[in-house]
Each structure stands twice: as structure tokens, then as C-alpha cells.
Write a protein that binds this ligand. Structure first.
Ligand code: ZN
Length: 285
């Protein structure tokens, strides 16, 4: 049975419809995940749900232990990871309430560990195409099947936060060709790739970022209303998507580490081999 990991963002702290639920607090070599993993079944598919900021929204984007989160999802057997996140729109055509399934990222973070490697083992995974083509196709088709407006590609600028961008930055990111702006999904994409899990982002446009003239008129009540609406939409899309995942993974995500580990296996410290076994065990015994 396949396992799908879902990382919930702002507003998404529980997965509706999850059955046979079991809560697990995992300990990883990188510390504890943001919260207990909620493992259950959705439409006959095994699912592990994790609220990125913890229940009650306690963690800043910079404080989230991305390594522990992704390690925990790998450890419970996830092959697929869907990351849900609220974003600001950098494009007129991406209206608040729309979904975007990004195919690219630009990194503007600077204070977060973003790799499982180091301390005696070096690996360089390919990241030119940072999301899984198979999983993105499934998400897009699922959104279309339930009549949601979905933009099937886009560049996600990941900023450090917690403050939103300045107007100068917002204009700059638009010139760079970015489409949405958020604070969390890039580390998850990198770590999922290192752990050979198929990853895609479901980005929920909550507002226009501050480049937009209408932004000054936006009141927090509008943003929260759209956020809640988006969260309900995301749950429907995920429920529709999990049933149509391929039974076998034929994408390259599943073999991302095959030629990526550079360190001589003989030289990898044995404690590290043990710690990273769920990730590298296939290649470094
Ligand atoms: Zn894949």
C-alpha cells in the first residue's frame, strides 16, 4: 500500500475525512517534527498528515524543523508528499482563491538547514526540475475534475519572512518571473528530493502581494475568508488526487540519490549510516 504525506500550511491543521487515525510523535536524528504525525486512511489510501507550523500555529517559517518533518514522513513510508501552502500572488491572472501547482522555485531564504547530508557524507541531487511531474499531473487533474481554477505551472519565490516583502522586493520578484510568493515550500522540495519522495506543492493564493494596487484596500477579514475557503478546496483536491496516483513510480524522483552520493561509502561514519538509513540505506550499507 502506498503512503501519501500531506504537509498542511496556514489554516490546514487537520485533514478532513481521515479514518482509522493513529497519532505518532516521532523522534528523528534531526529532532522532533512540528507535531504528531496523524496517520490514517483517506479513500482507501494510507496518509500521513503533518501540520507544518504545529497545531495552534506555533512555529515561524524559519523555526519549522523541515529536516525532522521530511525525515518523519520518509520513516513512516511516504513515497508521495503534497505540501499545501498559502501564497501571495505576483500575477494579475492569479486571483485570490486560485490554486497554483508550481513547477519552479527561487530561493530567498538564508537561515534554514536544507539538507540531510553533511558531517561526513556529501551528496548533490539534481534539482533542475524541483517537483515531481507525475504528482503535479495528478494534482492538476484532480483540481480540474472538481471545477477549481488551477494554474498548472508557476515559479514560487520562497522568502525567509516572517515579515512580508517590501514593495520594492515584490516588484523585483515579478521582474524575475516569479508568480507566487511564500515562506516554506522550498526546503520541503529539497529534502523530499534527497529522500527520493515525489513532491508537489499545492499553493493557495490568498491575496495579491504588495505590488498590486488593490493590496492597500485588503482587510484581514477578506484574507481569512479566502484562506478558509482555500483550505476547504485543498482538502477536496487532495481527496480527489490520492485515488489516482500511479501504483508504480516511474519518475526519476525515486532514484534521485542513485548517483548523487559522492563520499566513499567506506569513509561514511557508521553512526551516520545508521541515522540516515531510511534515506541512504539503499545505497550505503
Ligand atoms: Zn516523482
Amino acid at each position: 500500500m502506498q503512503t501519501v504525506g500531506v504537509i498542511g500550511g496556514s489554516g490546514l491543521y487537520e485533514m478532513a475525512g481521515l479514518e482509522r487515525v493513529e497519532r505518532q510523535m516521532l523522534s528523528t536524528p534531526f529532532g522532533h517534527p512540528s507535531d504528531e504525525l496523524v496517520v490514517g486512511e483517506l479513500g482507501g489510501v494510507r496518509m500521513a498528515f503533518l501540520p507544518r507550523h504545529g497545531r495552534g500555529h506555533r512555529l515561524l517559517p524559519s523555526e519549522v524543523n523541515y529536516r525532522a518533518n521530511l525525515f518523519a514522513l520518509k520513516a513512516v513510508g511516504c513515497d508521495w508528499v503534497i505540501a499545501v501552502g498559502a501564497v501571495g500572488s505576483l500575477r494579475q491572472e492569479i486571483s485570490p482563491g486560485h490554486l497554483v501547482v508550481p513547477d519552479q522555485f527561487v530561493d530567498r531564504t538564508y537561515r534554514r538547514p536544507s539538507t540531510f547530508f553533511g558531517n561526513g557524507i556529501v551528496a548533490h541531487v539534481a534539482f533542475a526540475d524541483p517537483v515531481c511531474p507525475a504528482l503535479t499531473r495528478v494534482l492538476i487533474a484532480a483540481a480540474q475534475s472538481i471545477g477549481v481554477v488551477v494554474h498548472p505551472r508557476g515559479t514560487y519565490l520562497c522568502m525567509e519572512g516572517p515579515q512580508f516583502s517590501t514593495r520594492a522586493e515584490s516588484h523585483l520578484y515579478r521582474q524575475w518571473g516569479c508568480d507566487v510568493i511564500g515562506m516554506t515550500n522550498l526546503q520541503e522540495a529539497k529534502l523530499a528530493r534527497e529522500a527520493e519522495m515525489c513532491f508537489a506543492t499545492l499553493a493557495l493564493a490568498t491575496d495579491y502581494d504588495c505590488w498590486h494596487e488593490s493590496e492597500a484596500d485588503v482587510v484581514i477579514g477578506d484574507i481569512l475568508r479566502i484562506l478558509n475557503q482555500n483550505v476547504a478546496t485543498a482538502q477536496h483536491v487532495i481527496a480527489a488526487a490520492v485515488g489516482s496516483l500511479p501504483t508504480q513510480r516511474s519518475c526519476s524522483c525515486a532514484r534521485a540519490l542513485e548517483h548523487a552520493i559522492i563520499t566513499d561509502p567506506e569513509r561514511v561514519p557508521s553512526a551516520l549510516k545508521l541515522d540516515l538509513r531510511p534515506i541512504i540505506g539503499k545505497y550505503v550499507a
